[in-house]
Design a protein around this ligand. Sequence first.
Ligand code: ADP
Length: 730
Amino acid sequence: MKALPNFRRALGYIWPQKRRLAMMLIAVLGVTVFYAVSISSILPLLQVMFYQNETLPDWLYRSAAEHRLGAKIAVDVTVLEDGTQVGLQRGSASQPASSEPGIEIENVKIREETQAGPMQKAGVGKGDRIIAVNGQRGTHYDLLPVVAALPNEQPVNLLVVKARSDTVVPLQIVPKNAQLHSSLSLWVASKMPAGRDAKTRFRTLAWVIAGLLLVTTLGGICKFWHEYTVGVMVERGQLNLRRDVFSHVMQLPMSWFGQQQAGDTMSRVARDSSVVEMGMKILFEKMLSEPLKALGVLVVSLTLNWRLMVVVFLIMPAAGWVIWVLGNKIKRAQRRALHAWGQLLDLLDERIAGIKILKATHSERRESLRFFRRARTLFGQQVKIAKADAATSPLLEFVGALAVCTFVLYGGHLVFTGDMEAPAFFASMACLAGMLAPIRRIANVNNRLQSAESAGVRIFEILDLPCEKNVSGAVDLPALKHAIELRDVSFTYPGAERPAVQDVTLTIQAGETIAVVGPNGSGKTTLSNLLLRFLDPAKGQILIDGVDIRQATLRSLRTQMGLVTQDTVIFTDTIHGNIAYADPKAKRGRVEAAARAAHADDFIAKVHSEVGGREQVGYDAIVSNRTLSGGQKQRIAIARAVLNNPAILIFDEATSQVDADSEKKIQEALAELTRGRTTLIIAHRLSTVINADRIAVMDKGCIVAAGTHQQLLETCEQYRIFCNAQLQPA
Ligand code: ADP
């Protein structure tokens, strides 16, 4: 089966839950059986209610006897005046043969049977009457249980009154073998109250109703177990799927994050996986139980009248066509809708992050409009889905109605010609309804599955992306001792016209502090990203103590680097948690030492937070991106970077949001931290640059000059421009 490949892949998260699957299957089986039983109980109900003379046991005996004789037996509708004796009892043994009581044959052919039955073989015809079975005489009702319980494969002697000649002829027949269901009905009939009076009939009815209630209750319990197990199974599958998507996203290379917008990723992790979950739920809740229920009812109905099957088979192709066409429409619309969702979340994410700019530029209305336009695209697709979804049920109902009409016309014909009894017709109708209901319930299943497939495509697009990996035979890089060398390094972003870093050759000695300056877009950040292997050079090499960093394990490379990014990130956590991010088990002493080194300890002591009525101070205070100032955040970031005492520090200086006091503290901290440590500072301030051992000037991806402040002032025009710009009063 080629359909739904991505959805089937997602089902891989369900199959390992074998115990739950088994439990669910048992429950589904229970639901099916009880459903079929409750639907088929309509027949005994109708029998009890509508046949004045025939009681439920009588009917069961008659059905069994009909099967044994291979002939239809006339229902006895005579009521004697005294009201106590009923049936075809037309007199006693001393009276003429024509009034002798017995079982009257209505028809020797049963439509469902292809072979002649024992009665037909013995020459018995319509209207003939069996008055004795193995010498035993009695009324219609006396003889039925006798016939029904005849032993298998043994000849039976009958006395039959021939209708035409009114003569009694002895016959010998071999009854058909009893089947399981006729033995079962005999057993049930023998246990039931046998009287024909109103009180007994009411008691029987009460028993049938009680049985029905019991069956419904048991069916309900099975249904609960089924749905509950499906719920747990699917939720667990979704939990694992989300976990995998998130952890995979975390391991994707930085280049992917450069191209991807956060909102779309969020949408895939959160929403798309929910859509897949909905598909799974509907699959296990409905796709299994509903067709099984329909099948169960079909089996029951076959014992009543096999023609029903023909009607059902007639509607199948039509229903299948409707489901297929609409499902495809939904699949397409859902794919577009999920994409639109991602776009919407992207917009939301960016606008909330940039709310200050938005407000400062009075862009609220414009942005609302933009949001509305994107939301409208989503709306358009959702409307398409709703339309196809809404059309599914009525179209299937129509197909179902056609089936019912055909059945009623055909069934009516059978009843009128006496080929079918009214209760059997009604019971067949109930069966048909019982079969159509589950089919109707699965009408929308395909739509949900197609939606899930569209979502699955987007999820597996991510899961199939290659993760960051160590090369085979990667070595653990020892802590830097001698130098970091960049040899002829070039890098171009995908789709960019010119390289962001071009032919850069630079050696940073261990313990040296090197400041990189240059105009925006000159490639400074890209250079630091190459050092951390967030990006790999397209050309050239980066070596640490002579080892190409591509040959080193990512872990050993990155753990010896401390990174402070320009836009400092504070996670919503305690200050301790934020500083100890690289090593959550770090003791308070180490965290405090890192904070002191970053000159952050004085303000940390004063920070306090109140969450859920609990007040926390200092390192235990909960902070977030919004609760700290730019300078404070930068200092926490420095403390975080130096917690593990990394050999190399990469510091992207903040260009804004740092007040004079913070800046001074940061400078002091840097001066201490860079001592004896290899440091690369992407510098924007003259004060930082002056303190560096060496300065590299970048322009358009190239290092145009490198040297001390004094040397560069003398030789490098770009550097002079940088210094002059810094000296201009703001
Ligand atoms: P700087 O840090 O000196 O301001 P960057 O290293 O950030 O410069 O950028 C260098 C060049 O690469 C710029 O032209 C920039 O537009 C481009 N660039 C940066 N990041 C990406 C990216 N993720 N995708 C494409 N181009 C990028």
